[in-house]
Design a protein around this ligand. Sequence first.
Ligand SMILES: Cc1ncc(COP(=O)(O)O)c(C=O)c1O
Length: 387
Amino acid sequence: MQPLISSKLPDVGTTIFTVMSQLALDCNAINLSQGFPSFEPPDDLLSLIEHYLRSGANQYAPMPGVPALRAAIAAKVADLYGRSADVDTEITVCDGATEGLFSSIQAIVRPGDDVIVFDPAYDSYAPAITLAGGRTVHIPLISPGDGFDFHIDWQRLADAVSDKTRLIVLNFPQNPIGSILAAADLDSLAEIVRDTRILLLSDEVYEHIVFDGARHQSMLMHDELWQRSLVISSFGKTYHATGWKVGYCVAPAPLTEEFRKVHQFTCFSVVTPIQHALADFMTSTPQQHLQLAAFYQAKRDYFCNLLTESRFEFEPAKGTFFQILDYSAISDEEDVSYARRLTREIGVASIPISVFCEEPLPGNKLRFCFAKDDATLATAVEKLCQL
Ligand SMILES: Cc1ncc(COP(=O)(O)O)c(C=O)c1O
């Protein structure tokens, strides 16, 4: 008899990030598709990793994370968001945000549950929901004004919530759109979930990348929302180190207990020397992440200023290191084939937005990563201005 291979994710192919990065490589194009910086992590942090690699920190870390790193995360969360999270029972170091999101969803969602996501939604949520036996309910973000400033449609969310809704997944600052939450949004969300048993999974990996003086609105800031939230972040975005895959989950003790039941059998623990190094670095340089917003705002402004010479339409991103460009004035080709064409013919790779959406967004939009050195951005824009 033939062995049975019956896909649990029949509709899932290779992620668009891998596809576009490979195409960029094949075409020798500038890769502004996948979200990784072209900068190195802070030198002191690299030295600390070398130190711990050479001083015996090479065996399994404790399952919830190295205590010193959990303490440093607790200090940061208290400082930034006024939340006092218990080091032992409310903070878990995970294998990048991806594992934190996956383990959260497996810990919470059961067959028959609905999970609400907002489109365009980061592509790891829906497969994790499917594997847990849940159903992904897509609600599009809306942009009532200029087609760039995307928000949650609170009425649509309120209408979508039912007895089956188990979890709402939020991601602000938002990848790919670059929008952020306002303080009032947290209250609107609280009003909708107040008389329900719904939990919240908040993907806040871009928490430090918010522009123009705005403040990141974390679920950790809101007493009511915190009670029902798992908040996920990633050191990859904060320290220019996406390849390390180290993140964390902050959640009230009863939720953390469930989270850890899955985490311990997903990866058990996370790379030991890097955890020790991060703990020391965060303790000795606690304000490092505060420089990130200004750093990326300068990148965004540089990229956007150059782009004013192009035929793309855009509004500068409010957060993240992604800029949405609308090419409606240049072409009406659908975005997946247009992104491929730009990579092949112009030599700049981007990410088409439609792959993150159940229903198309207004306009024709591509996402470009501006976490690159100025020379790369300038060459990319020079090419885009040929269009
Ligand atoms: C919105 C969002 N969530 C999660 C992740 C994954 O983070 P990590 O690399 O720490 O797993 C990313 C990475 O690009 C992201 O953009």
